[in-house]
Design a protein around this ligand. Structure first.
Ligand code: PLP
Length: 388
């Protein structure tokens, strides 16, 4: 071990063994790798050097293919002139808008730098080494990371048909379990739990265990989850619901999400967050986005059509997939997915391998615009027919 490497021994033990989250490949990175230039992320234009122009598309991070809404963009632009000032550290206006929309008290809301930050805050506020965290196999990759970073022990319950097995999870809850994470719909599998099953599970947890219900995709679920779960907050002071503006609202680049909980839980999270964790542009854009029901409805409609189109394409190719309640779908290739992923990259299509989720034969595809979905299916057809 060289001298500089010794610093690793000083990191807390969870961090020493931590494998960082791998994000979807950015379009610009693929451009560099393919020797292309002149593309910007959302316009999809691209100029090849010494070869045919090729359009690059990213269907890898469950971003909104329509981009941000007009209202959010206008609010962002109008805020630029104030950038020399600190943002409102309490996020008053956004909390007011959220409280109004979901009929909760402002004291029940925690704003985060993406809902990922809320997941991190809850881990820091409630976990220490020796305590356990229960989540499902194939659940969101951030749960093991935030658990390990604070030295707590992850207890993984086997999945049932790719989704959460709530009984298996409950069986693993002991008096050492301080936290459970549930994503509904789940990423990357897209599976959805029924309200009745979910509420029975939350109700069966001991009150010494915090339940994090991650609803990053609830707007797409079409089962009323976006409203239903809010009612449980009155009954369960140990419940924390997390939501985001990154997916259906099209603001992933600004980093803004929120938690809904009892005021007491929000108070605890507020103690560990940075004073100005939400930037000014994000606060303004999110507030405007919340009012832009047209953009949200459009997004949901385009997703539903695209889901239909892509799964129809899978069927024509003889592929199986996991029915999804999100804005993405997992295709079962019945063969190692990495070579297919790489062949798609060479055709300018970025999707998401899910080997880290113990799904080495699947690829996760974010539903795009109709044009993107067509390009993807065409590329996949060529790749699977050996024309690579
Ligand atoms: C995308 C995602 C999030 C949150 O992302 P942020 O951009 O940090 O808000 C949270 N949970 C799941 C399951 C996700 O897929």
């Amino acid at each position: 071990m060289n001298n500089a490497d010794k610093i690793y021994n000083l990191a807390v033990s969870g961090v020493q063994k931590l494998i960082p989250y791998t994000p979807g490949k950015p379009i610009e990175e693929l451009e560099r790798e393919l020797g292309l230039s002149n593309t910007t992320a959302m316009d999809g234009g691209s100029v090849a050097i010494g070869r045919e122009p090729m359009r690059l598309i990213k269907l890898a991070s469950n971003e909104n293919p329509l981009g941000p809404g007009k209202k959010a963009l206008a609010a962002t632009q109008a805020t630029l002139k104030d950038l020399a000032l600190y943002p409102d550290g309490n996020g008053f206006n956004l909390k007011l808008a959220l409280a109004d929309k979901y009929a909760v008290d402002m004291s029940q809301i925690t704003l985060g730098n993406g809902s990922n930050e809320i997941l991190e805050l809850v881990a820091r506020a409630f976990l220490t080494p020796g305590l356990e965290v229960v989540f499902s196999q194939h659940a969101f990759a951030v749960y093991p990371i935030v658990t390990q970073a604070v030295g707590a022990t992850a207890v993984v319950a086997p999945a049932l048909n790719y989704g959460h097995d709530l009984n298996a999870m409950l069986q693993r809850v002991t008096d050492k379990t301080r936290l459970v994470f549930i994503a509904n719909p789940n990423n990357p599998t897209g599976t959805l739990l029924s309200h009745a099953d979910l509420e029975a599970f939350i109700g069966a947890l001991p009150d010494t265990c915090v339940c994090v219900l991650d609803e990053a995709y609830c707007e797409f679920a079409g089962d009323g989850s976006a409203d239903n779960s809010i009612a449980w907050l009155k009954k369960y002071p140990n419940l924390l619901i997390t939501r985001t503006f990154s997916k259906a609202y099209g603001l992933a680049g600004l980093r803004i999400g929120y938690g809904l909980s009892s005021p007491q839980m929000a108070d605890i999270l507020n103690r560990v967050r940075q004073p100005f964790n939400n930037n000014m542009l994000a606060l303004a854009a999110a507030e405007a986005a919340l009012m832009d029901t047209e953009h949200l409805q459009n997004t949901i409609a385009v997703n539903a059509q695209g889901m239909q189109f892509i799964t129809e394409g899978f069927k024509n190719l003889g592929l199986e997939w996991i029915p999804s309640a999100g804005n993405f779908v997992l295709a079962d290739l019945k063969q190692p997915a990495m070579p297919i992923y790489e062949a798609l990259l060479r055709k300018g299509v970025i999707v998401r391998p899910v080997g880290v989720y113990e799904l080495p034969n699947h690829l996760r595809i974010t539903i795009g615009t109709q044009a993107e979905n067509q390009l993807f299916l065409q590329a996949l057809t060529e790749v699977l027919s050996g024309n690579v």
